[in-house]
Design a protein around this ligand. Sequence first.
Ligand code: PEP
Ligand code: MG
Length: 747
Amino acid sequence: MPAKKNVILELSRLQKEVLELPSPALQVRKIVDSVSSVVGTDVCTLYLEDNNHDMVLMASHGLVQTGPVSIPAGKGLVGLVASSRHPINIARASEHPSFYYVEGTAEERFRSFCGIPLVRYGKVIGVLVVQRREALALSAESEGFLVTLSSQLAHLVADMPVTMHGAHLNTYTRGVRGSAGIGIGLGILCDHGDLYSVPDEPCADIESAIADWHRLLQQVQLEIRQEQHNLGELLSESVSSIFSTYSSLLADQALIQKVELEIRNGNWLPGALRKSMQYFADMFLAMEDPYLRARHEDIHHLGNKLFTTFQGSNSLVQNVDEVDHVVLIGDEVSISDIAAVPSDKLVGLICFSGSSLSHTAVLANALGIPAVMGVGQLKNLRNRERFIVDGNSGQIVRWPNEMLCSEFQRLIDEERLLLSKLSSLKDEPALTPDGFEVRMFTNSGLLADLSPGLKYGAQGIGLYRTEIPFLVRDSFPSEDEQQLVYSQVFTAYAGKPVYMRTLDIGGDKQLPYFPITNEANPALGWRGIRFTLDNIQLLMTQVRAMLRAAGEDGDLHILLPMISSTEELDTFNQLLTEALEQLHGESIAVKRPKVGAMIEVPAAISQLQFWQDRIDFVSIGSNDLSQYLLALDRNNSRVASRYDLLHPAVIHELDRVMKLARKYRLPISLCGEMAADPFAVILLLGMGISTLSMSATRLVRIKYLIRHIPQEKAHQVLQQCLQLDKVQDIRKLLHQTLVDYGLQELI
Ligand code: PEP
Ligand code: MG
């Protein structure tokens, strides 16, 4: 047994060794062998729970195993450890009332038993058992070691396939929602070549290496143009401009000549490329200007792209060739990866890292591809493993069996059917049976999602997330560039209200060219209006661009994110006045827009009483408001199951905001995820919300609900919910309400 101070060392050594092994079978073998030798026991066995809650023996050091072994749910000491969720450490196992003999393991030779539950995110996923011939319980120190080990082990083994009789079982992994919808397909890895681990090698033929370099440049230029073209039809100009950055970097003589020089110095092409790309990346990294500094990432990406093409392994393209339904998987799935797959084949995205608002999620939303982000590193992945991507719940299923696939396929089919059935409601009003009308707006952020909003009958844009055009570029867009993008929004929504939000970056939304680093709590830091008021030149440029784009006819409403104080509002209003004066002075026809505060920071609620003369309306950002009320990070998969928008505290606060807004005669809307959630909409209807804004594909579904539930009934249900203190009870009541009105298909 290792000395106390070595426990951590022992654990990290074991973890490292296990992770280096190529298959789950070898990994579990290693775990049981190592534990047995470290703790000094005759047996160490790892059981993992399968879908039926049976405990499947994954590997054992010491037990005889002639065939598959599993202990029925709740049976034996293993079952007791799992259900009691605490270690059981006894000298004479066979005398314990729960003892259950595991057939065919020659277990009778071992008298002592110590079982430790493996717990992940509050759920028991398996049990680690050590046994000895001697009738002697484990020392407290060894038991402590196993408890510590097991807490680490649970994360290590959580994604392993629990196999019985060789059949893969459904393994769920939770991430965060990236983009709604369900996709079933074969996983294709976005495995980018790693130029930066390439060694130096002597160059055999300098002239031909230089010729290869020029050919490579041409080939990658062509690829980039093709990718840009593929996506150009789907996405806005600003998105595809990322490709232009790559193109101009490739045409840069400094880069071309630097690689040539390295080859002439005797290095082979990959070595010369690595040295040159590293040289330029370091050069940018050393710059003071944050925009230029961030360019080093572009160079890094480009280096890997050149190397992948050099290796001739445009593996992604080859791999998707014979696959009909592709799920792209990677640490980060890049725009190039998405562009490389024909859009009719791409059914889902899985990212190891990233949040619901990361770049990839934003694109997935715009393209309507289900996506789950932040699932963590999936171990031992191979191309063409089957996956279910459930973007609605933010989960993926690895190794789904046929039954589960057909269950999810049924959901996909039902969803399609429902959408086509409801699409006839597009031009109908969202009017309750007792005559209460709700305006149905859409959330947008890419030019590509302007048309779906109109297709599904949006009466306006309730939230235009302007950061998206900023996120997909390589530097801040100029006033003219912004104006061009915003003008297209006003043209598409001529005569309809457009709520444009000022730049809401910071927190989890980072601009590649203006990273905000070194913040211990980014969600509480330099984000939203706090950032733009401190970078007033950016805000002025943006407001001018909005005003110019709206002109005299556009129905512009400016939304301010993360507002928490009167001073922020006053500073903004003053800036707006100045912008209007400047533009009038430049003889540009503009008019004063309406200004609204987003209710996202709880502090804003009690400030509303002071704001009625400062703002024209409020819009509830329920995603952030819930995050800050509950002190739960909306992008942290560990606490995702606790982040429930129907938490009683959220409902009470929303009810309070609605009442205050009414008291101070401030029109109020809601533009967070709640607006698209049938349960939440019953409550919002009960509160008397008159404008909801949601993603385009949810519009007709929510309208259908509103057209079936009387507002008075919704109000009664709200009153009942306000008396409940548990989310489950609230959900139960809302579920029953939908069932009572025959609306269960909306859930
Ligand atoms: C919100 O917080 O509810 C909201 C709509 O803003 P975002 O999701 O962009 O933070
Ligand atoms: Mg927000």
